[in-house]
Design a protein around this ligand. Structure first.
Ligand code: C5P
Length: 390
């Protein structure tokens, strides 16, 4: 693809150098376009050397560069997109080569915002982004981490590898989940005892986040309903939740039109019957009640053709418990996760599972990265979507 890489003036411009290199490595023809402010952070020579393409000087160089760039682009990626660039783009201004190119193009546009947290949370920025989203612009959300000047917070540009992964997922060769709506739940829910304490479990959310990322990379439109405190993968719609009740509501809404539902969350099975309004100072007699079985509810109301995946985190007799759960929950795939096995389960970066299906099929997935396990699960999901049963 011919990709115009727009670079605006923030400190993350130094990371745009790597975005450029990775896009070139992925086989794209990259034309870098820098704003004047971007040139204060990085030299144009760096981009032109990586892209083997001169960086155009500006609007006033010969040959009407903005229309040429806009018309010939297959994709425009703006990384970083500063608050100023987003404002000018949303307002339809065309006062430099980058904004003029953005107006002149009919190609899809991806923006990768980067700015300080206060600016990112400002209503002006939120409204500008909402306008751009409504016009079809794709957004690779910023992450949280270290910002200019040593501050820490949300607003840091997504990592170059994630930006390029989003580009590949959205505009690359169609993956086997292209056009499919996938909803993933992740993390351990937290059930309030009082405003200060919660009951929770050891789930980190890593496996669920890996499933969301893998589904994104295979072309799906992903919604991630997460109780995890980990950074979610970019390029997916994130619905943060805390309790089983929150998760039930969010999943119900998200799953209505979903093709695939992967319930990787470790939903609390029990919660305090009542949670105190103020901090408790004496050891309470906790009375617990069962939480709603979210996945059973989803199974009962699922739309035709929807593939439903459950998990079973067990410490003993995992396979027998898994088989019983497969029947009881009415799911198409049940991922049995023996969390007592070395290197598997809670908070590890690796996992080892067995995927059970009605009819007796069992796929053993040996110890490997959670991302690779996620792809093995999605391989079976795709097979079921294509009508293959056990
Ligand atoms: O019964 P158990 O908690 O082991 O079942 C695990 C599976 O059921 C997981 O997919 C989990 O996300 C889901 N679950 C649920 N609602 C609950 C408890 C578990 O959807 N209240």
């Amino acid at each position: 693809m011919r990709v115009v890489l727009g670079v605006s003036g923030g400190i993350a411009a130094y990371k745009a150098v790597e975005v450029c290199r990775r896009l070139v490595d992925a086989g794209h023809h990259v034309v870098p376009v820098m704003t004047d402010a971007a040139r204060r952070f990085v030299g144009a020579a760096t981009f032109s050397a990586l892209a083997s393409e001169p960086v155009p000087d500006g609007l006033w160089e010969g040959g009407i560069p903005h229309t040429r760039l806009g018309q010939t682009a297959d994709l425009v990626v703006v990384a970083p997109a500063t608050a100023d660039l987003l404002a000018r783009y949303a307002a339809g201004m065309a006062d430099d080569l980058l904004t003029a190119t953005l107006l002149a193009t009919r190609a899809p546009v991806v923006v990768c915002p980067a700015m300080h947290t206060e600016m990112w949370e400002h209503p002006a920025v939120e409204e500008n982004l909402a306008i751009l989203r409504r016009r079809g612009v794709r957004v690779v959300e910023p992450a949280s981490g270290r910002l200019a000047g040593g501050d820490v917070g949300t607003g840091r540009m997504a990592e170059p590898r994630d930006i390029v992964a989003c580009v590949a997922a959205w505009f690359g060769a169609p993956g086997d989940l292209q056009g499919r709506r996938v909803v993933v739940s992740a993390g351990g829910t937290r059930e309030a005892i009082d405003p200060v304490r919660v009951i929770t479990n050891r789930s980190s959310g890593k496996q669920g986040h890996a499933v969301a990322e893998a589904a994104r990379d295979r072309g799906a439109e992903v919604t991630l309903v997460t109780a995890s405190v980990l950074e979610p993968p970019p390029g997916v719609r994130v619905v943060p939740v805390e309790s089983a009740a929150d998760m039930e509501e969010a999943m119900r809404a998200a799953c209505e039109h979903a093709d695939v539902v992967v319930m990787a969350a470790a939903v609390a099975d029990f919660r305090p019957k009542a949670s105190a309004e103020a901090k408790i100072h004496e050891a309470p007699d906790l009375v617990l009640e069962p939480t709603p079985d979210i996945i059973a509810g989803l199974a009962a109301r699922r739309r035709p053709g929807q593939v439903l995946v459950g998990f079973a985190a067990e410490t003993d007799d995992a396979m027998a418990r898994g088989r019983r759960k497969l029947d009881r929950k009415g799911v198409d795939l049940l991922v049995v996760n023996d969390v007592s096995a070395p290197g598997a389960g809670f908070d590890h970066d690796t996992n080892e599972v067995t995927i059970l299906e009605p009819g007796g099929r069992a796929t053993v997935v040996p110890l490997q990265s959670k991302r690779a396990v996620a792809d093995a699960i999605l391989d079976r999901v795709v097979a079921r979507l294509q009508g293959e049963s056990a």
